[in-house]
Ligand binder design. Structure first.
Ligand code: B12
Length: 295
């Protein structure tokens, strides 16, 4: 097949499976011959407010949006066998997009594209189709200006990416390194600080309308408390953050409230009665110490 037969409104690049496998040895789906990597831009504009997630999560869950787009592109292009992949665990999607010439690695650990900077999600179509031509990596863009490292309050980018210090990671998982959460100040899920500082992100807003802010992205501690814990996932099923569940989200909102000096002893006691799990109890105890000026 010729690459021009791919009917896509989104920028894309194509690589042979062997190219990916040579850079990332390991088992893979045997039927796949080519990987098509796509750029799905989201907004670079920060909304004002304390109760927002990172920009990729302002709108409808990008996994749903991107998967639907990929399936549509595959059908319109006449592919017969394909599978859409967004955030799957067996593919290094940045590596696919890099090899396909869509962007190059930045010191913020993300792929930088000349037009969209780093504010784009990657979508992949795996297919058994073989193409007449394949793409190759482009010249490096990051000029190591140091702005992303300086913008990260937990120093997660110093000496290479340290996942366990990354605020995005801390907001999605449970860690007992509670002092790092003192830096969770702006977004209750995900983080944009290293991207906001990147000079390549100073460009017009090219964000897809499907990923634009919707009314479910503003979420306060009071809003969450009004929701029954077992209704959380269903209520937020079309939002990317539904998977972390009620208690991690409650932890995030309680941390931000405390970091902004708005948490009270009575409120903390209230939250402590709601749930018991070692990581949760430990975290609320840390917040109690914080409002009493112990740390
Ligand atoms: C798990 C995951 C996370 C985890 C942990 C990431 C990690 N590296 O461990 C957490 C929760 C922290 C996370 C955070 C974010 N993520 Co994330 N994440 C993923 C996921 C699902 C897997 C990534 C992974 O574990 N890769 C394997 C590790 C080993 O790779 P790595 O850390 O990148 O390390 C390699 C590279 O650095 C590479 N490398 C470095 N320099 C160079 C140079 C060259 C030339 C080459 C060849 C390689 C190379 O070598 C390392 C070893 O292989 C991918 C989707 C996917 N399936 O790929 C999305 C993905 C990487 N995430 C994405 C995004 C958008 C984010 C966030 C911005 C979300 C947010 N706003 O909070 C943050 C950014 C944090 C940051 N600064 O990196 C996008 C990236 C888009 C882009 N433009 O690059 C992806 C691709 C999702 C998607 N489908 O769009 N993420």
């Amino acid at each position: 097949m010729q690459p021009k037969n791919i009917k896509s409104a989104y920028d894309f690049g194509i690589i042979a499976w062997e190219t990916y496998a040579a850079a990332h040895p390991g088992p893979g789906p045997k039927w796949v011959k080519s990987l098509l990597a796509f750029v799905f831009p989201y907004t670079n504009q920060t909304l004002k407010g304390d109760y927002l997630p990172a920009k990729l999560f302002y709108g409808r869950d990008y996994h749903l949006v991107v998967t639907e787009k990929l399936n549509q592109i595959a059908k319109n292009s006449g592919l017969v066998n394909w599978q859409a992949a967004v955030d799957v665990d067996f593919l290094d999607e940045k590596l696919c997009a890099y090899l396909a010439g869509l962007g190059t690695y930045g010191d913020n650990n993300l792929l930088i594209n000349k037009k969209y900077g780093t504010f784009w999600a990657i979508g992949i179509i795996m297919t058994d189709e073989v193409f007449d031509e394949y793409d190759s990596p482009s010249a490096a863009l990051c000029d190591h200006c140091g702005k992303c490292q300086a913008a990260c309050p937990t120093k997660a980018l110093d000496g290479g990416f340290q996942k366990l210090k990354c605020l995005s990671y801390l907001s999605q998982y449970t860690s007992v390194n509670y002092p790092l959460y003192d830096q969770l100040q702006v977004t209750y899920y995900g983080c944009d600080l290293c991207q906001d500082a990147c000079p390549f992100n100073d460009h017009p807003d090219y964000g897809m309308s499907e990923l634009a802010n919707d009314f479910k992205s503003v979420l306060t501690l009071d809003d969450l408390k009004r929701l029954e814990p077992n209704r959380y996932r269903k209520h937020f099923i079309e939002k990317s953050f539904h998977w972390i569940g009620y208690w991690r989200m409650l932890r995030n909102l309680a941390v931000i409230e405390t970091n902004h000096g708005k948490m009270t002893e009575a409120e903390l006691e209230n939250l402590q009665k709601m749930h018991h799990e070692a990581w949760f109890d430990g975290h609320l105890e840390y917040l109690r110490g914080k409002i009493h000026g112990k740390h």
